[in-house]
Design a protein around this ligand. Structure first.
Ligand SMILES: Cc1ncc(COP(=O)(O)O)c(C=O)c1O
Length: 434
């Protein structure tokens, strides 16, 4: 079994695993360390994905491996929701890491569980504390919050909800302020127009809406909202006793150059949903908020079998402690500068056919044809060429690729990856023109 070739391995998976999991880039992973992935032919790739913005402090980080080893050596791999030292230490340091105004956290295993939990907390808050008539929630068209029912109901993809069979009348959607439609000056106005539009549809914000759920940036294009839009939203929510919840799954834990992505907007949300980069690869997610919000469910109303187990807590703690090191922040700052500088050069060189968006160490390149239309075919060809040339990027299935190297990637790997990116785009564009 160990020496299976790529096609044999892929055929076996197709036979035994649900189809939905397949369709990834054709790389048969053997090992991964730092910013480098090795396949079964020992071909090396520079990883500009951190799997999917998870291994933010590098694959197989020494501190993470040591944390796992220490739990294994302690003979305490699971204790359900009984007290254990790993859980105590981690929750304390996690809440401190998140900072003001956060006071408590609830841990789960996947991102979708975290956003489901936030949905529940928001609804409970609306009914119990703010005494609303309905547990209403607003989210955004085109945003994503997970695959399970509640989180997918909050996601803005109406065509993919056929299997749900009904629409929750208490979940409403706003248009996303795409940067090519809404600039900084228009952000406030755009927000107020969205409010008027929903009011015209019968939504009463004061009486019926308990929370707004936002992806910190819209995923496929790493598209941030105008700051003025979020500022207006925050003021509006405060006035109407509506909780603001940021889904920081991709953005959190320094991915955008700041500890949390919401910091780019200069505001403080009431709730954050976290996952991915918080645990360097072990299944861990969470919801962080105030005591008032997190203690709304009574004992037992919020729990999960594997939540906060010793293994994930010790890895979560090692991740935070690593990120608290000055050397990590210094490397991050320097990597962010290199990343931006080189991507700006790429944007300038191919400005007819690409746009680049994002912040810090999460960037998206959006490809268009020479007549200005989204070009998915070109995007896919570039992804193939990148793999051939030894660089892994996130294929979004749309006209974009996403770039998210480990935050502490070595300088030479970062520069080499960016050179491969530039070379591959150049090769593909000159092939297409011929
Ligand atoms: C913004 C956002 N929210 C929620 C999720 C769901 O996380 P998970 O796949 O761990 O359930 C994701 C996953 O990609 C995400 O990007």
């Amino acid at each position: 079994m160990d020496n299976l070739k790529y096609t044999e391995a892929q055929n076996l998976l197709s036979q035994f695993e649900a189809r939905s999991m397949h369709g990834q880039l054709p790389i048969y992973w053997k090992s991964a360390k730092g910013g480098i992935v090795k396949d079964h032919n020992n071909k090396k790739y520079i990883d500009f994905t951190s799997t999917i913005f998870v291994t933010n402090i590098g694959h197989s980080n020494r501190y993470i491996k040591n944390a796992i080893r220490s739990v294994l050596n302690s003979n305490l791999i699971h204790s359900y929701t009984y007290l254990n030292k790993y859980r105590v230490n981690y929750l304390k340091e996690l809440v401190e890491f998140c900072g003001d105004p956060f006071e408590k956290a609830y841990l789960a295993s996947s991102g979708t569980e975290a956003t489901e939990t936030a949905l529940k907390l928001i609804r409970m808050y609306g009914l119990k504390v703010a005494k609303k008539n309905k547990p209403g929630i607003i989210s955004f068209k085109g945003n994503y919050h997970g695959r399970t029912m509640g989180s997918f109901m909050m996601s803005g993809f109406p065509d993919s909800k056929w299997w749900i069979g009904y629409e929750d009348p208490n979940i409403h959607f706003m248009d996303f302020p795409y940067p090519w439609e809404v600039n900084e000056k228009k952000g406030k106005d755009f927000f107020n127009k969205q409010i008027s539009k929903l009011e015209a549809q019968g939504v009463n914000f004061k009486k019926d809406i308990s929370g707004i759920m936002l992806e910190t940036f819209q995923g496929w294009g790493a598209l941030f909202y105008p700051k003025s839009f979020i500022e207006e939203l925050t003021v509006f929510c405060k006035k109407n006793e509506i909780l603001v919840c940021f889904d920081e799954m991709q953005a959190g834990f320094y991915r955008t150059g700041m500890k949390f992505g919401f910091e780019h907007y200069g505001i403080k949300p009431d709730i954050i949903c976290i996952g991915k980069g918080m645990s360097s690869g072990l299944p861990l997610s969470g919801v962080v908020s105030t005591q008032q919000v997190l203690d709304l469910p009574s004992q037992g109303e919020l729990s999960s079998t594997n939540s906060a187990n010793p293994l994930v807590c010790s890895v979560g703690l090692a991740t935070i402690r690593y990120m608290n090191k000055r050397s990590f922040i210094t490397r991050l700052r320097s990597n962010c500068e290199i990343f931006k500088e080189k991507l700006d050069e790429i944007k300038e060189e191919f400005s007819d056919q690409i746009d680049i968006s994002g912040n810090g160490m999460i960037m998206a390149i959006i490809f268009k044809s020479l007549d200005g239309n989204p070009d998915i075919e070109l995007t896919n060809k570039i992804v193939d060429r990148l793999i051939y040339n030894g660089l892994i990027v996130v294929k979004t299935g749309r006209e974009s690729i996403k770039l998210g190297p480990p935050l502490n990637i070595k300088k030479n790997h970062l520069i080499k990856g960016l050179d491969i990116l530039k070379k591959s785009i150049k090769e593909e564009l000159s092939d297409t023109v011929q």
